[in-house]
Design a protein. Sequence first.
Length: 314
Amino acid sequence: MAVPKRYSWVSTISEFSNNAEIQMAGDSWWEVKKYAAAAVSGGGNWGNTVFKNLADNSLCFTMAFHAQSYNGVIRWGMMNNVTPKVDVFTDSPGKVLTETPFSANSNQYNITYKWTLFTTKDIIFIHGEYQNYTGNSFPLRIFLGRLTALELEDPAIANDFVGIFTHMPSNINNSNNLANGDFNVGRGIVRKSRNGTLYEYYNFTTDAQLTSPGVGGRYYVNPFMVFNPSEGVRGQFTDMFTACLKDASQHPDGSILDLGENKYYVFHVIDQQMPATSTHTLWYTSSNSARYCNPCFFGSNNVMGGQRVILFKI
């Protein structure tokens, strides 16, 4: 693996698409294009971005930023359609249950974020640090890309082990966030399950709280494991891991962590506070339906001391 490409800029949500196309022009692994809402089926009125893998035409993601009366959300596509389309939103049974919110409660804010975006040959990772509306905004974490299976898969579905995993769990369909653990566990969407089901929901988790190095200089490098209740663990994020370092100076942001057999590019994650509004559990879909859940990308929203990092294997 090569060192990931890294891009960073500050903009509002509605300017993400413009900046992504400009900043990422000439990327080694992905073609990036912006589209107006009318050019994308089911597209967003705050801009639309299509990420298309240069080596694999089937690896394609559409990211539509849509604002409505109550909130701003992302609608997703994961097929290489002739005309850009947010097919996860338009074609899956879940529709609005697949959307990803930017802010809590019934507020529509064109939030300014510091965006940091990484690409490798198989994945894209987007990290967003809110710069305003601090009482309402969600810190963004978004993984798009290929997943690595733990066992040999049927060739009919192996190339479709591709996913979208974000800070807010998908498929929340209840107004009571205390009903069960589904509201506090990471959950994303995989293009096809092992039995061929399109747009299947998969949970994902990692244990990223053990600080490194530990006794004997041991580092606890944690994969993001992807699993489905009916299948058990199927695989993990490709190329991307996480860890918690003792302090921020131990391995600076942008440095290389050399563990002998494996080497990793280090990115320091900024752990921002969750929204104070409605204790960060309430947001609205584009159909103005209330959803109660907790953001969950890592084992917890905050590290109790130390520095959380994303590690890209190189």
